[in-house]
Structures are given as structure tokens and as C-alpha cells.
Ligand binder design. Structure first.
Ligand code: ADP
Ligand code: ASP
Ligand code: MG
Length: 422
């Protein structure tokens, strides 16, 4: 009997009405003969609400002791959703049981608020499935080796679902959300964005890592590592549409480049407003300088993204890098406390109001002039590029945040993404 994992996001679980709708959809799959595991997110807004309460009580502190408690608080949202969905399934006459991450257990490391899944024990779930029940597993959370509840980072229910699908060797993982698939860019920013019938795993990985929040990056990594068949589709189609039609809808993440795939050079545009830029002006241009600056930042567990170092003049150079905006203040503190005195008392300037806009496409491997077309398009809109970074299948630029939407729209148009490639 085929085993299918469904994941429902916050909007899809956003009210008791929506939860009833999810229960009816899951019941339809169950009655069609599938074994069903369902991974729900917290009801929309709930994780923000819970974390907001914590912040009211502790506006500044992010000590390890507090982050442990943040995870207890945040994980509660998914626990409520899971229990409510089980109750809704019972009301539909379908046997169902819900498990919190720690009950499965989904084991993670101990990095509170952004823990990584290490292993999942499928025994209990398989036993419940064999007993004919729908098994509901909370998204977004697990348990560390000390028995503490952990959460997987914002958007982490996607990762829970794909990891559960991998561990249970599910036949498919379906990510139900509030859009009907993966688009050429966020349809909230560009109404002309077009749904992709399929997207290669590599492109999806880049899109997710560069800021497309439709799938959390780690979920795509898991799908790649364990070859989990993955599809993104809408939970807002009528629940009683034909199962065959539903199963083919949305966007399929493909692992092989097949002949049916779109042959676009640029497949999508991603953007990320969560970054901040920091520059050290006039640092000595000598071996080891990058390490002197970034070593202490990395030691403070701060992720660094884009880095550039300018040409030197008179033995000095300027060095810039970006970090997550939440880490901006802490990075400045680290630089002041541990770095500046060792780099000739360089000047630090920061800008938390930047964003990163990226074009992504495997066609960029075999085509030249794609990046220059991007730069030309931005220059025609008088948008100044502050930093550039490239890889084989993407080019990213850092620009002033206030031009983000303009840049994304202009690039979407310039690369003709509103039309399917011939
Ligand atoms: P969920 O609560 O179901 O996990 P999310 O809000 O996390 O949903 O992700 C879905 C949202 O992702 C969409 O509403 C859309 O605004 C946004 N999004 C960003 N980039 C894309 C893209 N390329 N394609 C589709 N949606 C995107
Ligand atoms: N509820 C969590 C969040 O809001 C996890 C998720 O929705 O995927 O980030
Ligand atoms: Mg999400």
C-alpha cells in the first residue's frame, strides 16, 4: 500500500474551518487506499504570536537558557494544530492519532531555534499505520539527546515533512500551501509570475537558499539527499476534486533533467530582505586579514553570506560582508570587542536596509551574457549594485532595500519569465 506524506502550512491550517477542510482532503486520500502521514504547521500567525509573548517578557535576552524556553513556547503552536486535526479526522469517521516530535521521536541536535534533524524512529508510526490510522506528526520540532524540545527554524515544518517522508520511505511528499505551486518569483510581488509545472532540484535548492520562502532550504536538501519525490500544491482547491487531478497539480521537484522540462536560461528570481551589510573601511591589506575579521564572527555562530574585498590603495583596503539582519547588532558588537583593535582601528559602517536579489537557472551554465543582462536591466532602472556574487547557476546582487520590488519586476520582465519558454 502506498504511503503518502502531506504537509499543511499555517494558512492551510488557519481556522477550524480550514482544519475541517484538511481533514476531508486527508480522509479522501485514506479512503482511496493510501497510508497517510500528515505534518501540520501551527495555525497562521500563531508562531509569531507565541514568540511575541516571549519577547514581551524578555525583550533583550537571547541567552542559551532563554532560547531553550523559546523552543518550548514555539513548539506549542504545532502541537495544537496536530491535536485539532486528529479531532477533525475523528469527526469525519477516520481513525487518527497525533504525535509531537519528541514522541516519535524526531531526534535533533541541541541548537535551539535552529536545530537540525539527526534521526527519526519510524517504528511507532509504522505500527499506527498498520493499525489503519492516519498518523499526524507535529511540524517544526524535535527533541535533543537530553530530552529537550527543539525547533527547526522558521518555516521548518517543510523540513519535518520531507525528513519524515525520507525516514518512512514514503512514496511521495506533498507540500500543501496557499499558492498552487512554485512560481518564477513570489506571486505576491509580481502578479505576472508564472507557475512552473516542474523545477529541477538544483534550481529549487538555490531558490530556497536565496530567499524563496515557499520551501525551507533544509527540506530541499533532505529531498535531494534521500531522493524524496516532492510536490508543492494548493490546499485551496476544493477538497473533493478528483484525487488523480490533485496528485498531478502544482509543481514537481525533479531530480533528473528530462526532455519535458522547460529549457529556460533563467528559471526564477529570488529575493531576501533579511540581510544587513557591514563594511570595514581602511583595513591593512595583508595576508590573514579576512580571517582576522570573519574568524571571530563565525566563532560567535553568525552566518556570513556575501563577502567582497576591494582593491587596495596605499596598503589599505575596504572589506564588506552581509549577515542575517537579526545578527546585525551582535556582529557589530563582536567587531568592536574583538576585531577592530587588530585591524588598525578600521572604520566600521553598517547598513541594515539592503536586500539581495538573485536570478537562478541551470541554463546559465551553458549561456554567456546572462549576468550582464541582469546588470544592464538594473542600470536602466538606475539601481545601484553594491555587491555581486555568482555561482554556476545563479547571480545575486545586493542593492538598497527600497528598490527590491522594482528590481524583481524589471528582471522578471527582462528575462521574459511571464511566458513559458518555446
Ligand atoms: P506555508 O505556511 O504553507 O508554509 P509559506 O508562507 O511558508 O506557506 O510559503 C508560501 C508563500 O511563499 C507563498 O504565499 C508566496 O508568497 C511565497 N513565495 C515566495 N517565493 C515563491 C515562489 N517562487 N513561488 C511560490 N511562492 C513563493
Ligand atoms: N510554524 C513555524 C513557523 O511559523 C513553522 C512552519 O510554519 O513551517 O515558522
Ligand atoms: Mg512555509
Amino acid at each position: 500500500m502506498a504511503l503518502i506524506v502531506h504537509k499543511y502550512g499555517g494558512t492551510s491550517m488557519g481556522s477550524t474551518e480550514r482544519i475541517r477542510d484538511v481533514a476531508k482532503r486527508v480522509a479522501k486520500w485514506m479512503r482511496a487506499g493510501y497510508q497517510m502521514v500528515v505534518v501540520p504547521s501551527a495555525m497562521s500567525g500563531e508562531t509569531n504570536r507565541l514568540l511575541g509573548l516571549a519577547k514581551e517578557l524578555s525583550p533583550l535576552a537571547v541567552t542559551p537558557a532563554v532560547t531553550r524556553e523559546l523552543d518550548i513556547v514555539a513548539a506549542a503552536g504545532e502541537q495544537v494544530s496536530a491535536g485539532l486535526l486528529a479531532i477533525a479526522l475523528h469527526a469525519e469517521g477516520v481513525p487518527a492519532v497525533s504525535y509531537a516530535g519528541w514522541q516519535v521521536p524526531i531526534k535533533t541536535d541541541a541548537t535551539y531555534t535552529k536545530a537540525r534533524i539527526e534521526s527519526i524512529d519510524g517504528a511507532r508510526v509504522h505500527a499506527e499505520l498498520a493499525a489503519g490510522k492516519v498518523v499526524i506528526i507535529t511540524g517544526f520540532q524535535g527533541v535533543d539527546s537530553g530530552g529537550n524540545i527543539t525547533t527547526l527554524g522558521r518555516g521548518g515544518s517543510d523540513t519535518s515533512a520531507v525528513a519524515v517522508a525520507a525516514a518512512l520511505k514514503a512514496d511521495e511528499c506533498l507540500i500543501y500551501t496557499d499558492v498552487d505551486g512554485v512560481y518564477t518569483t513570489d506571486p505576491r510581488i509580481v502578479p505576472e509570475a508564472r507557475r512552473l509545472a516542474s523545477i529541477s532540484f538544483e534550481e529549487m535548492l538555490e531558490m530556497a537558499s536565496l530567499g524563496s520562502k515557499v520551501l525551507q532550504i533544509r527540506s530541499v536538501e533532505f529531498a535531494g539527499k534521500y531522493r524524496v519525490p516532492l510536490r508543492v500544491l494548493s490546499s485551496f482547491t476544493p477538497w473533493d476534486i478528483a484525487l488523480g487531478e490533485e496528485a498531478q497539480s502544482g509543481t514537481l521537484i525533479t531530480f533528473e533533467e528530462d526532455a519535458n522540462m522547460e529549457q529556460a536560461i533563467v528559471s526564477g528570481i529570488a529575493f531576501n530582505r533579511d540581510e544587513a551589510k557591514i563594511s570595514l573601511l581602511g583595513v591593512p591589506d595583508q595576508p590573514g586579514i579576512a580571517y582576522k575579521i570573519l574568524g571571530p564572527v563565525a566563532d560567535a555562530n553568525i552566518d556570513i553570506d556575501v563577502i567582497i574585498q576591494n582593491l587596495s590603495h596605499d596598503g589599505r583596503t575596504d572589506f564588506s560582508f552581509t549577515v542575517h539582519r537579526n545578527d546585525y547588532a551582535r556582529t557589530l558588537e563582536v567587531l568592536k570587542a574583538q576585531v577592530l583593535a587588530h585591524v588598525g582601528d578600521a572604520n566600521v559602517v553598517g547598513d541594515p536596509k539592503i536586500c539581495k536579489v538573485s536570478i537562478v537557472g541551470i541554463g546559465m551554465r551553458s549561456h554567456v551574457g546572462v549576468a550582464s543582462k541582469m546588470f544592464r536591466t538594473l542600470s536602466e532602472e538606475s539601481i545601484n549594485i553594491q555587491m555581486i556574487t555568482t555561482s554556476e547557476i545563479k547571480t545575486s546582487v545586493v542593492i538598497d532595500e527600497k528598490y527590491m520590488e522594482l528590481a524583481v519586476r524589471a528582471l522578471h520582465k527582462a528575462f521574459g519569465l511571464e511566458q513559458a519558454p518555446a
